[in-house]
Design a binder for this molecule. Structure first.
Ligand code: SF4
Length: 402
């Protein structure tokens, strides 16, 4: 979400003639988009803001904006008191009004549209936010407190954003939300929205992130099975393989329900690739619970998994993990090794198959299942081509355009 917000913020500057720079000395404005999903991210954001004091002293006319989740949690008043050289603070809940904050500092934008495809997530792929916030209450998660309850954007607004990004050169759209498939606006359900976006001219592929296991229904399965433009890929966070821990986390499903869902979706679309998220060291996680998580990697046939150590918050001492750092680290390493081994097996299953690749360069693109694919020649940037997969190398498939 933050990455997508950053790109839209950069586009707001772009409409005023600004370009991106990695060189702080050259910057006329700096935006710090802060995260607070882990305590460490928040601490890092604070020290980054502190370091910008020097820049602001050298560039008193430069504008400094602090945005995002840590800005929301800490509050504009407190941040400005601590760092008086900050010009504007826009918390994550108000991020859609950043344009107003910018207009207050720099004046209204002379241009509309999405100015620069270099701001996309990859040369051809662009994010489109369809909801903000989350109405769940997973015990480990700060998102609902910081971003507020789920708010779904009107379909017309979403379609207009997608149209602008397609017109600026995007071939792939990634619909974004904390529980993206919970989308509902008036009569428009998530499946209806998918159909509308799939119908936009110029779209080669549609992805979405991140769905919640509780919101899949028959109509989604039908849209997935009937629309090859909808990526054969899901990033479906599971967090733990233990029912006991899932319950403590308030995830709302059991291990069996999660696996049944995967089985149902794979029965409709056998080539579906699935990745996930895991948290290790949740308070009270026993060796047995952890073993259940390890076993789930194989059962879920995950192509990839993001693995995180449970992050205690300084303001919630009662939610500290019972594991010390070395024990937590040991579980994480074990989990990462098991994920890596399994990913390799899943990748190898693709050898000998024909995959549709959306090329980013002449030699590299992504398959519908979100596997990177390298070819020696024949890829056309921005175009879909079929490739015969001949091998796999680390996390990437090797293929030949056919
Ligand atoms: S569904 Fe996701 S964003 Fe919402 S509370 Fe749970 S982990 Fe956090």
């Amino acid at each position: 979400m933050n990455e997508a917000d950053s790109r839209d913020i950069a586009a707001s500057f772009g409409r005023r003639g600004y370009t991106l720079t990695d060189d702080l000395k050259k910057a006329d404005a700096v935006v710090v988009n802060t995260c607070t999903v882990r305590q460490r991210a928040e601490d890092k954001a604070i020290s980054q803001i502190g370091r910008l004091r020097k820049w602001k002293l050298a560039r008193p006319d430069g504008k400094l904006f602090i945005v995002g989740c840590a800005a929301q949690k800490l509050g504009g008043k407190d941040l400005k008191r601590r760092f008086p050289f900050v010009d504007e603070v826009t918390g994550a809940r108000d991020i859609e009004y950043f344009e107003d904050a910018l207009a207050a500092q720099l004046g209204p934008a002379p241009e509309t549209g999405y100015p620069d495809s270099a701001l996309f997530r990859s040369p051809q792929s662009s994010y489109v936010t369809i909801m903000r916030g989350c109405s769940h209450k997973c015990s480990y998660c700060i998102v609902p407190a910081v971003r507020g309850p789920a708010v779904f954007l009107p379909p017309e607004e979403i379609l207009q954003d997608a149209r602008l990004k397609l017109a600026a050169g995007a071939k792939e759209i990634v619909l974004l939300g904390q529980t993206v498939n919970a989308y509902r606006h008036g009569k428009t359900t998530f499946s209806e929205l998918l159909k509308k976006v799939l119908g936009l001219p110029g779209l080669a592929r549609l992805r979405f992130m991140s769905p919640h296991p509780l919101y899949f229904d028959e109509s989604f399965t039908a849209v997935l099975a009937g629309n090859p433009k909808l990526a054969r890929y899901l990033h479906l966070p599971v967090q733990s393989g233990s029912d006991r821990i899932l319950k403590a986390m308030r995830r709302g499903y059991t291990r069996t329900q999660y696996l049944d869902l995967l089985a149902k979706l794979r029965a409709a679309v056998p080539e579906l690739a699935v990745s996930t998220d895991f948290i290790v060291g949740y308070p009270g996680e026993t060796e047995e619970d952890f073993a259940d998580t390890l076993a789930l990697i194989k059962e879920g046939r995950f192509s990839m998994a993001f693995c995180f150590k449970y992050s205690p918050r300084s303001d919630r001492p009662e939610m500290a993990s019972h594991l010390d750092e070395p024990a937590m680290e040991a579980r994480l390493e074990k989990l990462l090794a098991a994920v890596k081994k399994n990913s390799r097996l899943v990748l190898n299953e693709r050898i000998g198959k024909i995959e549709e690749v959306l090329f980013e360069t002449e030699n590299y693109g992504r398959t519908s299942g979100n596997f990177g694919c390298r070819v020696k020649a024949g890829g056309a940037p921005g175009a879909l081509s079929k490739a015969l997969i001949e091998g796999a190398d680390k996390n990437v498939l090797n293929g030949k355009v056919i």
